[in-house]
Structures are given as structure tokens and as C-alpha cells.
Design a protein around this ligand. Structure first.
Ligand SMILES: *Cc1c(COP(=O)(O)O)cnc(C)c1O
Length: 376
């Protein structure tokens, strides 16, 4: 069994993907080919924002957003403690200070009370200026943007949506990637919309920021490529990746619907056994991961071992709270307790998940979970 079955997806859509790739190879317009602009238009329309700037990966996308706002030395940026390293990594990269905030026990997304406490701490106990919140849509579910936006507006901060895991997700009628002042995503192969290498994109409704993003992602270009008006990055999405993504957009909605079915199957079988994902009423997850919580780390190990014995992979997203990562020693300000994140890191387990997972396979996975739980 595959954790995320990309081979199956390719087999099913081989003709469309091969045709798209061959066209790029024939035309040899490998950088900034016409497919890149087509993809940007397509994604902007899908998400419902004015501008999409495709770039090299989801990490660069986050950095480009912070560079656009000129977040840097003397600034504090707030990030959930339970996320992938990138969400926090980009903050010291631009010279700012990361402040990690606790998450909600059930949605795993940023806890607004903890966020507000952290902002107040920074205001009253440091010289730093609270500048931005990185709200992560963890495992595919959009965070609590109504409350987060109220907070960022009250304190005059920027709201950056890290939608690397939630492309395709919904909050009410609004797509993930439209929920921040700037929103970013990743097309890493295992994300909900994945390409065949690294890729990412930045979304915004703001014309001025969009223009700056277009410059920043190509060496801070001015009127043309050899006129440089600012220090930027070399972070373009290449034409091959854009072509693959355009082909995949044709069946993306069908994949989302299939993922929803798989999630419902899992939940039906597991909801009385373990803590299954809680998706809030007005939301739809893009299901980057299906993550359950066991009683403790012993129970989690038992389940993982039973799965491994029958050839079923599982993953722990995430093993370590961000504030405990060695890389942030001496680079962060500790403002609030992140006790919930510490707990979750010890008991969460992500199960094999993709739109093509069949009922028999789901049953097999659930049998291992049951066995691990009942043999405690
Ligand atoms: C994957 C991921 C990223 C980074 O994306 P890359 O394309 O791998 O650079 C950032 N944030 C989160 C939450 C992610 O899951």
C-alpha cells in the first residue's frame, strides 16, 4: 500500500499528462513558457482572487510574501507551533523573530486565545513590533479566519495564509488561498494539487503587492530582466511543472470529491475508537492528511507496528513542536505555553490517504488501528 498513491493517479491520467509534458519538451520554452501564465490565470480564477504568481516552491512563496511586506529586523511574526518547518523557517530568513503559538486540540489549527496572549506578551515585554500572523490550514482544513482577521486588523498586522496543505479547501464559499491578505501554496508532489517536482504559488487581491511579487521572484527585476530594482530571489515555477498542473486541474475537483469519500469511510469506522479529524461546520478540508490521535505514544507505536507488519505505511506529522526545533534556539521569543502542541506531537498519527484508496484498503488500515487500541 502507498501512503499517497501518485503512480495510480498517473496511470489513470497518463495520456493527458504525457501530452502536456511532450508539448513543453517539443517547444523547449522551459522557463516562463506560455503554460505558466495560463496556469496562473486558471488558479487565480479557481481560488477567486485577482492575482496568482507561480514560484519555485511553497517555502519561497512564504518568504516572498514576507519580503513583499518588508517584514524584517525588529518584527515579530506569529506561527502555530504545530506545522511543517517552512512556516517558521522563512521568518528568521528575512531577519524577523518567530513567536510560536499553541493550537486547538481538535482542528490542530492556531488557537486564537493563545495568539492574542502572544501578541500582548510581545507588545508588553519586548521591543519587537507584531507585524504578521502566519495562519496554517493544517492537514487541509482552513483555520479560523473570522477570528484571526479580527485580531490582525485590531493590532494592525498582516495576515499570511499558509495554504500549502489546503489548496481546494473551503471556508463557506471562499476557497483556501483567498483567506489571507496574501496566501501561499505548495505543489510538492504529495500535496492536494501536486506537480512533478517542486512548485508553489502566491495569491493576493492587492495590485501593488502583486507587482512587487512579480519582481521579487525574478531577481527583483524592474522593467525588464536586466534592470534590477530590488534584491529578490530566483524562484520561478518551470514550464514543465505548469503544464503538469494544468493537466491535473482537469480532474482536481473529482479528486477532492473522492478524497471526501475516503475521509468519511475512515471516520465512520474509527470515530468510536480514536480521535478522528474534526472539520468545522462551514468548512471543507482538502485532505492533505488524515490524522488521528491515539491515547498516548505507546498506543501510537503499537498501531504503527501492526500496520508496518502488514506492509501499511504511516507517518507522524509532526513529531516535534516548532519551538523545540534546534534551528530556532536563540532565534525565537517564547511568549506562551504550547502544551497542546506538545501533547499532539506525542499521539498523532497520519494514515495512508489519497483519492484512489479503495474500501478494502481502508478496512485493512482500520483493522490495524483497532488491534493496536484494543491490545493496550
Ligand atoms: C509543504 C509545506 C510547506 C512548504 O512547501 P514546499 O513546496 O515543500 O517548500 C509550507 N508549509 C506547510 C504547512 C507545508 O505543509
Amino acid at each position: 500500500m502507498e501512503f499517497r498513491d501518485l503512480k495510480r493517479q498517473y496511470q489513470l491520467h497518463r495520456q493527458a499528462i504525457d501530452t502536456a509534458v511532450q508539448e513543453v519538451v517539443r517547444e523547449t520554452h522551459f522557463i516562463s513558457g506560455p503554460q505558466v501564465g495560463q496556469l496562473e490565470d486558471r488558479l487565480a480564477a479557481y481560488v477567486g482572487v485577482k492575482h496568482c504568481v507561480a514560484c519555485g516552491n511553497g517555502t519561497d512563496a512564504l518568504q516572498l510574501a514576507l519580503m513583499t511586506w518588508e517584514v524584517g529586523v525588529g518584527d515579530a511574526v506569529f506561527i502555530p507551533d504545530f506545522t511543517f518547518f517552512s512556516s517558521g523557517e522563512v521568518v528568521p530568513l528575512v531577519g524577523a523573530v518567530p513567536v510560536f503559538v499553541d493550537v486547538d486540540a481538535e482542528t490542530f489549527n492556531i488557537d486564537c486565545e493563545s495568539l492574542e496572549n502572544a501578541i500582548e506578551y510581545i507588545l508588553h515585554h519586548t521591543q519587537l513590533v507584531p507585524r504578521a500572523v502566519v495562519a496554517v490550514d493544517l492537514f487541509g482544513q482552513p483555520a479560523e479566519y473570522d477570528r484571526i482577521r479580527e485580531i490582525t486588523e485590531r493590532y494592525g498586522m498582516f495576515l499570511l495564509e499558509d495554504a500549502a496543505q489546503s489548496f481546494g479547501g473551503l471556508l463557506g464559499d471562499c476557497r483556501a488561498c483567498s483567506l489571507g491578505d496574501i496566501s501561499t501554496t505548495s505543489f510538492f508532489p504529495s500535496k492536494p494539487l501536486g506537480c512533478y517536482g517542486d512548485g508553489g504559488a502566491v495569491f493576493t487581491d492587492n495590485d501593488e503587492w502583486a507587482e512587487r511579487l512579480r519582481s521579487l521572484h525574478v531577481h527583483g527585476k524592474g522593467r525588464d530582466k536586466y534592470d534590477n530594482v530590488r534584491i529578490g530571489l530566483n524562484s520561478r515555477l518551470d514550464t514543465l511543472q505548469a503544464a503538469v498542473l494544468l493537466a491535473k486541474m482537469e480532474f482536481f475537483e473529482a479528486e477532492l470529491a473522492a478524497s471526501q469519500q475516503v475521509a468519511e469511510q475512515y471516520t465512520m469506522r474509527l470515530k468510536d475508537v480514536v480521535q478522528t479529524p474534526r472539520i468545522l461546520d462551514d468548512r471543507q478540508s482538502a485532505w492533505a492528511q488524515y490524522t488521528v490521535c491515539l491515547k498516548d505514544s505507546e498506543e501510537r507505536s503499537r498501531v504503527a507496528v501492526y500496520m508496518r507488519e502488514v506492509g501499511i505505511p504511516s507517518m507522524v506529522y509532526y513529531k516535534k513542536p516548532m519551538h523545540l526545533q534546534e534551528a530556532f534556539i536563540g532565534k525565537q521569543v517564547k511568549a506562551v505555553s504550547c502544551a497542546m502542541t506538545e501533547k499532539l506531537c506525542g499521539k498523532c498519527l497520519s494514515l495512508p490517504f489519497h483519492p484512489y484508496l479503495e474500501e478494502e484498503m481502508i478496512e485493512e488500515v482500520c483493522a490495524c488501528v483497532l488491534k493496536g487500541v484494543s491490545n493496550g
